[in-house]
Design a protein around this ligand. Structure first.
Ligand code: NAP
Length: 262
């Protein structure tokens, strides 16, 4: 606990879900660099332990849980509190994105998308709430939704429905907590350079015979800036929302998407 860096988030205990790789790992790096004490939550002990050791500062911890499993989430939050004290912030980043046309979307796939992306966010918010209310105006929830929570995309109805749900949860909870000193916001990345995008590119290549470069260019073409978002750009937005300067921002969806949604 004592080895965290001094910075705008010094002495804040923040839990990041799905922290082992991709956007979650970038968020962890950024929040640790700003002085936060982190609890990384995920499903793989080896990658969580490695990331924990590589973070700026020291005294960070990790806990294991599938965010869709109520009992595992309760246990993980209890462990986080026991090791590092009450939480000041929660970043709901864990997510999965499976694609299928609706007529081939099985009930299992539908339930899986809702369970991980939406129910997981609900369970973690509920578990963190007593701590965040006690954080004397510094309580923060940031939900990593998606531009798929702000607009539709073909072939990802289940994922998009779940992410629209995350946006609805964010707005309603923000109102519920508006006078409590806890802010609740969503960050909505466009296509971002992580394993999720690499898997989507591989899918397009397999189904269409396009080259990986052509497939990636198509994803970038949906972004007015013609860019693939970098995980660090999402992490910067999260770090800003975590800070004291963002105290008047709540119930918002910040689209980190080069102008794709406005
Ligand atoms: P990623 O590289 O696939 O990482 C996803 C992370 O979530 C992994 O650490 C994974 O853990 C964890 N996770 C998945 N299911 C989980 C579960 N049931 N319980 C706990 N952890 C779980 O994906 P990413 O691109 O960084 O995505 C992070 C978030 O950004 C997601 O919510 C995603 O929907 C959102 N997003 C991504 C993009 C994009 O283009 N990449 C765009 C918009 C929004 P394991 O290592 O154990 O699998």
């Amino acid at each position: 606990m004592s080895g965290a860096l001094t910075g705008p988030l010094s002495d804040r205990h923040v839990l990041v879900t799905g922290a082992a790789r991709g956007i979650g790992a970038a968020i962890a790096q950024r929040l640790a660099a700003e002085g936060a004490r982190l609890t990384l939550l995920g499903r793989r002990a080896d990658t969580l332990a490695t990331l924990c050791q590589s973070l700026p500062g020291s005294g960070h911890h990790w806990v294991m849980a599938d965010v869709a499993d109520e009992a595992q989430v309760q246990t993980a939050f209890a462990q986080a509190r026991e090791r590092q004290g009450l939480l000041h912030g929660l970043v709901n980043n864990a997510g999965q994105a499976e694609s299928a046309p609706l007529h081939r979307t099985s009930s299992a796939l539908w339930q899986q998308m809702l369970a991980v992306n939406l129910t997981g966010t609900f369970l973690c918010c509920r578990e963190a709430l007593p701590d965040l209310r006690a954080a004397a105006g510094l309580g923060r929830i940031v939900n990593i939704a998606s531009t798929a929570g702000q607009r539709g995309y073909a072939y990802v109805a289940a994922y998009s429905a779940a992410k629209h749900g995350v946006v609805g949860l964010t707005r309603s909870l923000a109102l519920e907590l508006a006078t409590s000193g806890v802010t609740v916001n969503a960050v909505c990345p466009g296509y971002t350079d992580t394993d999720i995008l690499r898997e989507s590119v591989a899918n397009v290549v397999a189904k269409t015979g396009r080259t990986p470069e052509q497939a990636l260019a198509e994803f970038a073409a949906s972004n007015p800036q013609r860019r693939i978002v970098q995980p660090a750009q999402v992490a910067d937005t999260v770090a800003w929302l975590m800070g004291e300067g963002a105290a008047a921002i709540t119930g918002q969806c910040l689209s980190v998407s080069g102008g794709e949604v406005m």
